[in-house]
Design a protein around this ligand. Structure first.
Ligand code: SF4
Ligand code: SF4
Ligand code: SF4
Length: 352
């Protein structure tokens, strides 16, 4: 596809004709404030925070306006700042934002832009409809609609990425609000707890239960790893608090999962720090499981397999391998069964 050239803030940049102004700007390292836009989702042009001036005249929503050859774009001037402050002020008036009590404090995109434009507490000129918070119906998700900015990212994330279509909007005008299914609490809906909507929500309207009270966002440290639950090999960012506790997971965009996770990868990590977790090999002695060294445990298993093979032949032994292992470990397992034990009795839990 032929490239186009346009000017953004006096700099000549290139892009493709099917890209929006915001996408071309982003590819060229120019940050245009936005809330409803997310690169993984369809464009809705809802929030109007991303307005830019095109050709020295009208303000256009850069997330939906296509870039054109020869276009002249300005991403910030006095009028644009005034428009963005108006949008932010309306969003603040429509909700009840107190960052002190909000899970998103420190990573909230609305908070970031309010600080960027030095917003002050707006006097309320439009009605605020207080909504009941839903902190308890689900053991995975929390919902506080009083800080929801109706950006629709959760609606599109659940519909377009997860394809569960749980979230939607009900009513119209200033009464518009988020609903799950046919207006149920999230724990009573058909939500499969993938967490995609929380990951993409720009505010604290949706949050995870486990992280509650276990660390401030800016205190958490991140390590990336691979999920151990199945062979897809999703890449996960694990967040730990200063006490070393694992408190949150986020899908990593660079893995085959492209940032998404299933309920196991998203929430199934509490076992890692469970006191019940087996961390040393156990061998039953006189009917009681006792801790032993790895050498003693492996010698015990080898002696048992040798005895069965000698007394009943190799086909009396079977090996069942696991999707929780790597490909290499599974390969070694079948190799061991065939070459060392001498049987083709090999299977894998993924076939169950
Ligand atoms: S959603 Fe953002 S701005 Fe609103 S209270 Fe939470 S952190 Fe503050
Ligand atoms: S957790 Fe997943 S399934 Fe549930 S509402 Fe969010 S995106 Fe949809
Ligand atoms: S819950 Fe979050 S993602 Fe959904 S509409 Fe509200 S602010 Fe946007």
């Amino acid at each position: 596809m032929n490239k186009i050239k346009l000017t953004i803030d006096g700099k000549v940049v290139s892009g493709y004709p099917n890209q929006t102004i915001l996408e071309v700007a982003s590819d060229n390292g120019i940050d245009i404030p936005h809330l409803c836009y997310h690169p993984k989702l369809s464009k809705s042009g809802q929030c109007r925070l991303c307005v830019v001036r095109v050709g020295g005249k009208m303000l256009k929503a850069s997330c939906t306006e296509f870039a054109m050859d020869g276009m002249d774009v300005v991403t910030e001037d006095e009028g644009i700042i005034a428009a963005r402050k108006l949008v932010l002020g309306l969003l603040l008036q429509e909700g009840n934002h107190n960052c002190l009590y909000c899970e998103a404090n420190g990573e909230c995109e609305l908070q970031r832009y309010c600080r960027m434009y030095q917003m002050e507490e707006p006097s309320r000129q439009i009605p605020f409809h207080e909504r009941e918070v839903d902190y308890a119906s689900s053991n995975a998700l929390r919902r506080n609609e009083n800080v929801c900015i109706l950006c629709g990212r959760c609606v599109r994330a659940c519909g377009e990425l997860q394809v569960s279509n749980i979230w939607g909007f009900a009513e119209r005008g200033h009464r518009t609000h988020l609903i799950a299914d046919d207006d149920r609490r999230i724990g009573e809906s058909n939500c499969v707890k993938c967490g995609t909507c929380v990951q993409l929500c720009p505010t604290g309207a949706l949050s995870f239960q486990q992280v509650l009270g276990r660390g401030l966002n800016w205190e958490l440290s991140k390590e990336s790893s691979i999920c151990i639950y199945c062979g897809v090999g999703c890449k996960i960012d694990f967040y730990t608090n200063p006490q070393g506790q694992l408190v949150k997971t986020m899908g990593n965009d660079e893995g085959p999962n492209k940032g998404q996770l299933c309920v196991k990868g998203r929430f199934g990590f509490d076992f890692t720090q469970s006191p019940k977790r087996l961390s040393k090999p156990l061998v039953r002695k006189d009917g009681v499981l006792s801790e032993v060294s790895w050498k003693e445990a492996l010698d015990f298993v080898a002696a048992g397999l040798t005895k069965i093979k000698e007394e009943h032949g190799p086909d009396a032994i079977a090996g069942l391998s696991s999707a929780k292992c790597t490909n290499e470990e599974n390969y070694l397992m079948q190799k061991f069964m065939r070459a060392v034990i001498g049987t083709n009795n090999v299977d894998h839990c993924a076939r169950l």
